[in-house]
Design a protein. Structure first.
Length: 327
């Protein structure tokens, strides 16, 4: 926290706040599938990746800054950096451009990757650099590549990573195209939302590799067979991410849901089905299916990529409920 407070005091507060975050993630069971991630979250200092951030207040956002001249404001910044919440880090004209994701969601995603020693990982969406630091702590700097379209974001991510003592490869470029010069990858993880699976990611994955990406307010985990084939199911958790810039991204006008009961309109699982089947089912058709199939959880849905075809499905990729994803 600069020259405003003794290093010992700020280090102690950071260590205490970080330990509290780890306890909260522990309580959520995020590391049950891969407890080794606990060490990474306990070691990587999140506050170094968010020297300032924005929190929502009535009428807009409040900026919290680690170099504030007010000691109480600096303490609020530090404690806020270790809350289990997403932090808005870049705004433009009131629009969120970049954020540091909720740590427990990051833990869920990293555990779902099932990384092994020696794996190479491509991260789509550098953000603050925090997620790349967690990966580098676990796998080593040389095994991690992170890419973002915005040079300001990649430059700040590099600074944050260096301050924290990590040096993965940071690339400025279109994440939808991957990073062919660093391929092949064992794992690809996206921290920005898309509407389709970029084919470049399949081509840059090793057979048996995994791709985890946000899509339709969920997280799809694909296993790659080859450069043209991949398939997998959604994780149980909801996920809302800033859209990918420069590639395939979610969009479209808000759906009109006249005739759909309010209970369904406000249900997260029904809205997930609407997002997944946009352009294939109208809201009334989606509601009928949703009720008929017992209001299915996210894990019952999946995605298949085969050649130039890509479709979402319920229960069975060759079953009666399948919908093409937008090209």
């Amino acid at each position: 926290m600069g020259g405003h407070a003794p290093d010992r005091e700020s280090d102690g507060l950071a260590a205490s706040a970080r330990a509290g975050l780890v306890r909260r993630i522990d309580a959520n069971g995020a590391w049950a599938a891969d407890p080794l991630w606990r060490e990474a979250f306990a070691a990587v200092p999140r506050h170094l990746f968010v020297p300032y951030y924005y929190v929502g207040v009535a009428g807009g956002y409040e900026r919290r800054w680690g170099e504030s001249p007010d000691p109480q404001a600096r303490e609020r910044w530090m404690r806020g950096a270790y809350e289990d919440t997403p932090l808005a880090t870049r705004l433009r004209d009131g629009e969120l451009l970049s954020s540091s994701s909720q740590p427990s969601l990051m833990a869920d995603m990293l555990a779902a990757l099932c990384v092994e020693a020696g794996n190479t990982v491509l991260e789509i969406g550098a953000g603050t650099g925090y997620n790349a630091a967690l990966l580098a702590h676990r796998l080593g700097d040389d095994k991690v590549t992170t890419v973002d379209l915005d040079p300001e974001i990649t430059e700040s991510a590099r600074r944050h990573l260096t301050a924290a003592g990590y040096h993965p490869v940071v690339v400025t470029g279109d994440g939808a195209r991957g990073v062919p010069e660093r391929a092949p990858f064992d794992r690809i993880i996206a921290t920005c939302a898309l509407s389709t699976v970029p084919r470049a990611w399949l081509a840059q994955s090793r057979p048996g590799g995994r791709i985890l990406m946000p899509l339709a307010t969920g997280l799809i985990l694909l296993t790659v067979s080859d450069a043209e084939q991949a398939e997998g199911r959604f994780l149980h958790t909801p996920a809302y991410f800033v859209p990918l810039r420069g590639g395939s991204r979610p969009g479209g006008e808000p759906l009109q849901m006249g005739g759909v009961p309010r209970r369904a309109r406000e249900d997260d699982l029904f809205r997930f089905l609407l997002a997944l089947t946009r352009g294939s089912l109208d809201p009334q058709e989606a509601h009928s299916l949703w009720e008929q199939e017992g209001r299915p959880q996210r894990e019952r849905y999946g995605i298949t990529v085969s050649g130039d075809r890509e479709w979402a499905w319920l229960d069975d990729p060759e079953g009666p409920y399948a919908w093409p994803l937008p090209s």
